[in-house]
Design a protein around this ligand. Structure first.
Ligand code: FDA
Length: 313
């Protein structure tokens, strides 16, 4: 219930206006978001790099409704890539196709995304196309398979979500096509027809897809904080002689830093997803939905803040 409520709230842009200036919300966001500027993000990446951890930078933003915003997002990515290359930071980038204009015009989205991947490739960097809600799964996979992967090969990769019923098939298709896959559980609100409602099934599907990706995939990224699944991945790799440089673990900025460092110490590759920018609200709400422990505190504070504002209006 709480998860659904939070995910519903994550799509209510109006609430962001209330939350944006709330000091507690900003503090909470600071746990999961590296800051609002490129320089904040570079500082976070450099800290990770100093601990032997690589990064992927996400310029926050999604579901843009005007071409101008999509082009601005493209330019923000181009500037980020240039800055990463300039300072020699160990980081790729991750982007969302709705941020590139998928809801406005597919041609515009392709044009913006191609510009970013071409720029990344020129610096020897890599672009991951994040996966959004299931309304976008088919189009995202189609654009990756028909446009971006054929043109840019290993400079671009995609994400699969184990909560989706279709993902087992997509995993096999992407293995056959030598696509570079990040496997995660999935962070959006989905109906039971398309996604497994039970965590047990989501986890079982994760393990099944992970096993195939580790054995036959093209440098898969195992994106999870789930210690049981991480232990399973390590066991599969050890038992089947899969060297630690044939895959990487990935986690989110601000989540399980202890596990990130432990995996690194054990000699595994670890990449952290580092979001930054002003549009942090939907991202923060999805992180809260994954672990609602902080929510009661946050909502109580927001309520007080809104009553105080009404009182003074
Ligand atoms: P699970 O939710 O079962 O959590 C396992 C444990 O991890 C928890 O018990 C807790 O200890 C810890 N944990 C998990 N989330 C936490 C949080 N927010 N705060 C504190 N502790 C937390 N999703 C998507 O739909 N599309 C995408 O493109 C991506 N991309 C992506 C990249 C990377 C690098 C990661 C790590 C994750 C994503 N995700 C994503 C999000 C993903 O789908 C999923 O929602 C989260 O990773 C949480 O799932 P876990 O696999 O960690 O397991």
């Amino acid at each position: 219930m709480l998860r659904s409520g939070l995910l519903w709230l994550s799509e209510r842009a109006g609430i962001f206006r209330l939350v944006r200036t709330n000091p507690l919300a900003r503090r909470l966001a600071a746990r999961f978001v590296a800051g609002e500027t490129i320089e904040d993000a570079i500082t976070a990446v450099k800290d990770l790099n100093a601990a032997g951890i690589t990064a992927t930078l996400d310029v926050l933003g999604e579901s843009v409704s005007e071409a101008r915003e999509a082009r601005a997002a493209r330019d923000a990515y181009l500037a980020t890539l240039e800055r990463v290359a300039q300072v020699g930071a160990q980081s790729h980038v991750s982007l969302k196709l709705t941020q590139m204009g998928l809801d406005i015009d597919e041609g515009l989205c392709i044009e913006n995304t191609r510009a970013i991947i071409a720029c990344a490739r020129s610096f020897g960097l890599f672009v991951r196309i994040d996966m959004e809600g299931s309304a976008y799964t088919e189009r995202t996979l189609r654009l990756y398979a028909s446009r971006f992967h054929p043109e840019f090969g290993d400079a671009v990769g995609i994400v699969l979500q184990s909560y989706l019923r279709r993902t087992s098939r997509d995993t096999d298709d992407l293995i056959a096509a030598r696509g570079r896959v990040r496997l995660c559980k999935g962070a959006y609100q989905e109906p039971p027809e398309v996604a497994f409602p039970k965590k047990r099934d989501v986890d079982a599907n994760y393990i099944s897809c992970m096993e195939r990706l580790l054995e036959k995939g093209n440098y898969p990224a195992i994106a999870t904080h789930d210690e049981k699944i991480i232990a399973r991945a390590k066991r599969i790799a050890r038992d089947r002689g899969i060297a630690p440089d044939r895959f990487e673990f990935q986690m989110l900025y601000g989540v399980r830093r202890d596990v990130q460092l432990a995996l690194r110490r054990e000699g595994y590759r670890m990449r952290v997803y580092v979001p930054f920018g002003t549009q942090w609200y939907p991202y923060l709400m999805r992180r809260l939905a994954e672990r609602p422990a902080n929510v009661a505190f946050l909502l109580g504070n927001l309520m007080k803040e809104s009553l105080r504002r009404r009182g003074s209006a």
